[in-house]
Design a protein around this ligand. Structure first.
Ligand code: MG
Length: 226
């Protein structure tokens, strides 16, 4: 068997201090804010909905993103992203915070029409959630304090109008619970990313739209969709 040089390359994202962070798995929690569950007329199932995105979904410092041609209803979801700093399995909730290396603002771009069809058919969300460039992310900031992370403001503007605004205090499943829950199924590794769900205000993106997203601790990220 022969593998090219490139096959040994790991996706990296940058910290605010300019340090490259090799990325592992991108875990995402869904239905974590009550008002978002209401706006999509979804059900609160009493435990987190978990899905993953491949590393190819990540993009940082990318000025434009092509909208996938298969969807007519790609939605923005602004979320707090947690970056895992050490390996762990079956992590107790009260020890979860020691696994946090940093945080970022991110988008969980979703092909809503394809996701709705998948929900109807009982098929996976992999395509609807994991397509190329479906996870734009800001630089990573070395914030590890759980109290700080539990009171982060999230913002998203579409063409200069604020359309999403939320606060992580309104999560149904808090960050330490999510880390503990995930680690019951998956061994977590340094560089794994946990997206923690979106507050209300999700909506469609058209070609030519400019999205700006940020959090109370992070830079503003501008992306134009083509
Ligand atoms: Mg989401």
């Amino acid at each position: 068997m022969k593998f090219s040089e490139e096959s040994f390359r790991k996706t990296t994202i940058m910290s605010a201090a300019g340090q490259p962070i090799p990325v592992g798995t991108i875990f995402c929690g869904g239905r974590n804010y009550r008002k978002h569950i209401q706006e999509l007329k979804s059900k609160d199932l009493g435990e987190p909905i978990i899905f993953t995105k491949p590393a190819t979904a990540l993009c940082q410092n990318r000025e434009s993103i092509p909208l996938p041609g298969q969807s007519h209803d790609v939605h923005h979801e602004v979320e707090l992203a947690i970056i895992i700093g050490k390996t762990g399995k079956q992590i107790p909730q009260n020890d979860s915070h020691t696994y946090i290396a940093g945080a970022a603002a991110a988008l969980d771009l979703t092909m809503r029409d394809i996701q709705s069809q998948a929900k109807k058919n009982g098929t996976p969300w992999a395509i609807a959630k994991g397509f190329d460039f479906s996870c734009p992310i800001s630089k990573v900031y070395p914030i590890t304090d759980l109290n700080t992370l539990a009171a982060v403001d999230l913002f998203l503007e579409k063409n200069g109008t604020l359309v999403q605004q939320g606060n992580t205090a309104n999560m149904i499943f808090p960050i330490d619970y999510l880390i503990s829950y995930l680690s019951g199924f998956f061994t977590l590794h340094p560089g794994d990313i946990v997206l923690t769900g979106t507050p209300e205000g999700v909506g469609p993106i058209q070609r030519g739209d400019v999205l700006t997203f940020w959090s109370s601790f992070s830079e503003k990220v501008d992306i134009v969709f083509t």
